[in-house]
Design a protein around this ligand. Structure first.
Ligand code: TPP
Ligand code: MG
Length: 633
C-alpha cells in the first residue's frame, strides 16, 4: 500500500496512476493501459517524457511515426481485446496534437477506448504565443486541442496539478463504460506537466474497473419475447456488440434453440460462423443475397449491438415489409431507441441468454427457417462462384481471388484487418468466418479511415500475439500512412500485409461511374489539366513502386504477380519477427457485384451530361424504397 503523500510532478503521478489501472469482467482481470505510444516535441518531451523515462519499467513506451497512426494502434488493440484494454498516446503541442484528431474520431465512432494525452500551451500564459500556438484574440482559453471536444467522450484540460486526480478517475470511468467509451482526451499544458504536488497514496494504488453486464429491464425482455413469438418472419441482425460482449456462444445457442436466421453488420461479421445453416452472412449496402432478401421480407428485426449505420440498413431501404418492427438490444440507450424499436438496454450476452430462457419451447415457423437455409445455400454457391472466377489465372488477380487466398491462409483463427476502399465491401460479402470466438474479421467501417489498416493491424497483433494477422490494404490507403510499417519493424510485430495495387481509388472510381462522373479524379495518373504537356507515347500511370517503398521502410517484401505466387508468398510469410508485405497488382475493373442493395449517394439534379441525367433518374427510382421505420413495437 502506498500511504501518506508523495511529491511528484503531475506527469509522474499520471504515469504511475496509468500503470496500475485494470479492468475486470466475468472475474477475468487485465491491464487497462498497456503502455504509451508517442512522438515527442515541445509540449511533452520534458514533462511527460521525463516521467515516461523514469517509470519506463511500469508503463512501456513505444515511439510511433505518425500521431494518427498511433491512435489507430490503440484502437485496433482495444477492439481485439473487446474494449477491456488499450494504450495511451502522447503528443507535442500543435500539429502533433491535431494529427491525433482523426484517430480520436475513429475511436469514438467505433466506441473503442483510447486515452489521448496531447501536450498543450502554458497554463500560466507567460511566454505566449509559443511555437505552434493558435492565438484566438477574443478567447485566451482556446487552443488547437479544443478540436478534440466533439470527437472525445470525455475531455479535460488539466490547468493545475491537483486537477489530475478527478480528471484521471473520470477518464478511466468513461474508458471502461461500454456504452460511453471512445476517445478520452486529457490535454496537458506543458508547464503543468512539470509542476510537483503532494499526491495522496491512494491515488497511486492499483485500481480495478469492473465492467458489469447490465441485465435488461424485465418488462422490456418480456415484451421482446412476446414480439418474437408473434413474428412470422423474424431476422436477427448481429452487430459489433455481440462480439465485444463475448456473446457469440449465447447467440449461437439462441439461434440453435429458436431457428431465427442471423445477418451481420460490418462490425458484427463473424458473430455466427459462416457454415452455420442459419448464417445469412452480410446484410445491407455491402450485403449478400441471403441477408438482403431476408431483410427485405422480415416482419421483425432484432438488432443486437448495432448502431444501424446506413451501410447496414442500405440507407433505410433494406427492410421493406410495411409492418416491420424492430427490437434493439444495446448497451447504449441512444442506439436502442433507433427505428422506433423496442429498446432493450442491456449487455448483449445477458439479453440473449434471457431471451433463450423466455422463448423455451418456441421455434420459428418451419417455412421461414427452410427459406433461410435455402437462401444461405444459394448464397454460399454464389460466393464460391465469385471467388473462383477466372480459374485459368490468365490476367491480373481479382480482389475476390485475393480474399479467397487470405481466407485460406488465415484458417480458423487468423484475423483479417481492413478499413477503406473496395476491400471492405468485398470482404463483408465473401469472408468465411470460422473462428468460434468471432474474432477473425476486423474491418473498421465506422469511420472507414484510409490508413487505419497497417497501424490497426499492429494493434491487433499486440493484443493477440497468438493469432496470425493479415492486413489487406489498397494502394491509396497504403500511401496515407505507410510510416507505421517502421513501427512494426521497430517493435518486431509479425504482420502479413497484402498490398493490393490497382493504381488508384477503384472503389470511388466505381462510385463515380455510378453517378455519371466517369471515375473522374480517382486514378493515380499524371495530371491532365493541361498545364504540363504529356508525351502521348508514354504511359499515363505514375512510376510508383510501392513494393520498393515498403522494402525501404524495413519490411520484408514479396512481389506476387499471380495467384499462385500470392499463395506462396502468404505461406512463406509466417513465423517472421517483423512485417512482411506481399505486394500484388489487381484488376481494377473486375469488382464483386452488389446484391439487391443500395447506398444513398445523391446525384446532381440538373446536368448537361447524359450519364449524370440517367444516374439521377435511377437515383429517383431507388429513393422510392427508402423508409422511416415508424411502427411502434
Ligand atoms: C482518410 C480518408 N480519406 C478519404 C476517404 C474516401 N475514400 C474511401 S475509399 C477511397 C479510395 C481507397 O483507395 P485504395 O486504398 O487504393 O482502395 P481501392 O478503392 O482501390 O480498393 C477513398 C479516397 C476515406 N475513406 N478515408
Ligand atoms: Mg487502389
Amino acid at each position: 500500500m502506498v500511504s501518506g503523500m508523495t511529491r511528484l510532478t503531475m506527469a509522474q503521478a499520471l504515469v504511475r496512476f496509468l500503470a496500475v489501472q485494470a479492468t475486470e469482467r466475468d472475474g477475468r482481470r487485465e491491464r487497462l493501459i498497456n503502455g504509451c505510444f508517442g512522438i515527442f516535441g515541445h509540449g511533452n518531451v520534458a514533462g511527460l517524457g521525463q516521467a515516461l523515462h523514469q517509470y519506463r519499467d511500469l508503463l512501456p513506451y513505444h515511439p510511433a511515426r505518425n500521431e494518427q497512426g498511433m491512435v489507430h494502434i490503440a484502437a485496433g488493440y482495444a477492439r481485439q481485446r473487446n474494449r477491456l484494454g488499450t494504450f495511451a498516446c502522447t503528443t507535442s503541442v500543435g500539429p502533433g496534437a491535431t494529427n491525433m484528431v482523426t484517430g480520436a474520431a475513429l475511436a469514438t465512432i467505433n466506441r473503442l477506448p483510447v486515452l489521448l494525452l496531447p501536450g498543450d500551451t502554458f497554463a500560466t500564459r507567460t511566454p505566449h504565443p509559443v511555437l505552434q500556438q493558435l492565438e484566438v484574440p477574443h478567447d485566451a482559453t482556446v487552443s488547437v486541442n479544443d478540436c478534440f471536444r466533439p470527437v472525445s467522450r470525455f475531455y479535460e484540460r488539466i490547468e493545475r496539478p491537483e486537477q489530475l486526480i478527478p480528471a484521471a478517475l473520470e477518464a478511466m470511468r468513461v474508458l471502461t463504460d461500454s456504452a460511453e467509451t471512445g476517445a478520452v482526451t486529457l490535454a496537458l499544458p506543458e508547464d503543468v506537466q512539470a509542476e510537483a504536488f503532494e499526491v495522496p497514496g491512494a491515488f497511486l494504488e492499483p485500481r480495478v474497473w469492473t465492467v458489469y453486464r447490465q441485465p435488461p429491464a424485465p418488462e422490456a425482455l418480456a415484451r421482446a419475447a412476446e414480439l418474437i413469438r408473434s413474428a412470422r418472419r423474424p431476422l436477427i441482425v448481429a452487430g459489433g456488440g455481440v462480439i465485444y460482449s463475448e456473446a457469440v456462444s449465447a447467440l449461437r445457442a439462441l439461434v440453435d434453440a429458436i431457428g431465427i436466421p442471423v445477418a451481420e453488420t460490418m462490425a458484427g461479421r463473424g458473430a455466427l460462423v459462416s457454415d452455420h445453416p442459419l448464417s445469412m452472412g452480410a446484410v445491407g449496402a455491402t450485403g449478400g443475397a441471403a441477408g438482403n432478401r431476408l431483410a427485405r421480407d422480415a416482419d421483425l428485426v432484432i438488432g443486437v449491438g448495432t448502431r444501424w449505420s446506413d451501410f447496414t440498413t442500405a440507407s433505410k431501404s433494406a427492410f421493406q415489409d410495411p409492418d416491420v418492427r424492430f427490437i434493439n438490444i444495446n448497451v447504449a440507450a441512444f442506439d436502442a431507441g433507433k427505428h422506433s424499436g423496442l429498446p432493450v438496454v442491456a449487455d448483449a450476452r445477458v439479453a440473449l441468454e434471457q431471451l433463450r430462457a423466455a422463448l423455451e419451447g418456441w421455434r420459428v415457423e418451419a417455412e421461414w427457417e427452410r427459406r433461410a437455409a435455402a437462401e444461405a445455400e444459394l448464397w454460399e454457391a454464389e460466393v464460391e462462384r465469385v471467388i473462383s472466377l477466372d480459374g485459368d489465372h490468365a490476367g491480373l488477380p481479382t480482389q475476390a481471388q485475393i480474399i479467397k487466398e487470405i481466407n485460406a491462409a488465415a484458417g480458423e483463427t487468423g484475423v483479417v484487418v481492413c478499413a477503406a476502399g473496395s476491400a471492405p465491401g468485398d470482404l463483408h460479402k465473401l469472408w468465411r468466418a470460422r473462428d468460434p470466438a468471432g474474432k477473425s474479421y476486423h474491418v473498421e467501417y465506422g469511420y472507414s479511415c484510409m490508413g487505419y489498416e497497417i497501424p490497426g493491424g499492429i494493434g491487433v497483433k499486440l493484443a493477440a500475439p497468438e493469432r496470425e494477422v493479415y492486413v489487406l490494404v489498397g494502394d491509396g490507403s497504403y500511401l496515407m500512412l505507410p510510416g507505421e510499417l517502421v513501427t512494426a519493424v521497430a517493435e518486431r510485430v509479425p504482420l502479413v500485409i497484402v498490398l493490393v495495387d490497382n493504381h488508384g481509388y477503384a472503389s470511388i472510381g466505381a462510385l463515380s461511374r455510378s453517378v455519371g462522373s466517369s471515375g473522374f479524379g480517382t486514378h493515380y495518373r499524371f495530371s491532365d489539366n493541361g498545364s504540363v504537356p504529356l508525351d502521348p507515347a508514354a504511359s499515363d500511370v505514375l512510376p510508383l513502386d510501392l513494393a520498393a517503398n515498403a522494402a525501404s521502410l524495413g519490411a520484408r517484401v514479396v512481389r506476387a504477380s499471380t495467384i499462385y505466387e500470392l499463395r506462396e508468398g502468404l505461406a512463406g510469410a509466417r513465423g517472421t519477427d517483423g512485417p512482411v508485405v506481399v505486394y500484388v497488382e489487381a484488376d481494377r475493373y473486375k469488382g464483386v457485384p452488389s446484391y439487391e442493395s443500395w447506398w444513398d449517394v445523391p446525384v446532381a439534379e440538373v446536368s448537361e451530361e447524359d450519364p449524370v441525367r440517367s444516374a439521377r433518374e435511377a437515383y429517383g427510382r431507388a429513393h422510392e424504397h427508402q423508409r422511416h421505420y415508424l411502427n411502434a413495437p
